[in-house]
Design a protein around this ligand. Structure first.
Ligand SMILES: O=CC(=O)O
Length: 390
């Protein structure tokens, strides 16, 4: 058996254990009473056990796979992204694969897998790395991990907005590099715009490009800062939802909550969160023309996809003070971003490397959901979060 193949037989003890009770296994589809559909589904596979390919070590979630006796687990053995060649070799004959954002799932993978492949489960809410029409055409089910990461990403959105407005791109770097500024505590040094309201500045407008679950959770947090107005732009295809908006406005006691066009979104937001999916429909929606319409003291946060924001235009906007600052979790071209990138060099830009969902709790929930989706697809049962119609 190749080293990379870690079937149940070759593993005497799981390498990971769920230590924290908060990181519980969740509900894994039970196979205790297999029905005839299930039996016919798996009987043609080697040893009667379907093979699943796992493209990353899922840490404390691994026992959910390794302790099962009814699957053969083939795990990418290294602590880095899965090599394409390894995936293409090992997916042959697999019934399912658990993948991540950097693993494109396309014709090449399906060819390598062969006819037994029934499910692709991605541990991400985004699924642009998966050729969905192709999956539908081949009747391959696709699982993803929405909902469970909403709160963690909303937390990070607020963090980036605060960091960008309060000059952390400069202040934090100075301190970390051993250059605690001698005169930092002078009246207006390091000052930035305040996100929370106060008597002398009683209104704040928060804007959202994309108004889904994460945007709404971010809004909930900002209400505690005294935000008074909320505006958002949805995609051209998403229907207005006045009933939902009226309910949200009442719940948060906002002076206004309104769906607006991109011009108003740019022109009226004090803090603007980009939370719309990536892809060709949203490519560079935030470009030079958009940024030029923003308020000089406004802050832009992007926690969705780098492709939505034109990086060169944003660097110009920061340098030429069209806007105050930016907080980015994502940037076009990641992960190949080095110190010469115009946004990395820009002091008014705070950047973190695509870690919005990176809390222990959320990643455990995402891994668990991805495993549940995988097993549901392999055994023809329910998948907790399945994309599209079958
Ligand atoms: O970007 C992260 C995700 O899609 O989960």
């Amino acid at each position: 058996m190749p080293a990379a193949v870690r079937s149940r037989d070759s593993v005497t003890r799981p390498r990971h254990s769920c230590k924290s009770p908060r990181m519980s296994a969740g509900s894994i589809p039970s196979l205790s009473s297999p029905n005839s559909r299930l039996t016919s589904l798996v009987s043609h596979l080697s040893n009667g056990r379907p093979k699943v390919v796992i493209c990353r070590d899922l840490g404390p979630a691994m026992p959910l796979l390794m302790e099962r006796t009814d699957i053969e687990v083939v795990l990418w053995p290294e602590d880095r992204g899965c090599d394409r060649a390894w995936l293409l070799k090992n997916i042959k004959g697999a019934a399912g694969a658990l993948v991540l954002l950097p693993d494109p799932i396309n014709e090449e993978v399906l060819q390598a897998a062969g006819p037994d492949l029934r499910v692709i489960s991605t541990m991400s809410v985004g699924y642009e790395h998966i050729d969905l029409p192709l999956m539908a055409q081949r009747n391959i089910r696709v699982g993803y991990t929405p909902d469970v990461l909403t709160e963690a990403v909303a937390d990070l959105c607020v963090m980036l907005a605060l960091m960008a407005s309060r000059n952390d791109g400069v202040a934090y770097t100075l301190v970390k590099e051993g250059n605690w500024p001698k005169y930092a505590w002078s009246p207006f040094t390091f000052c930035g715009p305040q996100i929370s309201t106060m008597v002398s500045s009683p209104t704040r407008t928060v804007g959202f490009l994309g108004f889904g679950r994460i945007a709404q959770s971010t809004l909930t947090r900002l209400v505690a800062f005294g935000v008074t107005h909320c505006i958002y732009s949805g995609s051209a295809t998403s229907a207005p939802n006045p009933a939902r908006d009226a309910a949200l406005q009442a719940k948060h006691k906002l002076a206004a909550l309104e769906r607006v066009d991109l011009d108003r979104l740019a022109g009226e937001s004090d803090v603007l969160f980009v939370l719309t999916p990536g892809g060709k429909d949203t490519y560079h929606l935030v470009d030079a023309a958009f940024l030029q319409k923003m308020k000089p003291m406004s802050v832009l946060v992007n926690a969705s996809r780098g492709t939505v924001v034109d990086s060169d235009a944003l660097a110009t906007a920061l340098r030429e003070k069209w806007i105050w600052g930016a907080g980015l979790d994502v940037v076009e071209g990641e992960p190949k971003i080095n110190g010469d990138h115009p946004l990395v060099r820009e002091p008014k830009c705070v950047m973190v490397p695509h870690i919005a969902s990176a809390t222990f709790e959320t990643r455990m929930a995402m891994a668990t959901r991805a495993i549940e989706n995988l097993l549901g697809g392999v055994f023809g049962t329910e998948m907790p979060a399945e994309l599209g119609d079958r």
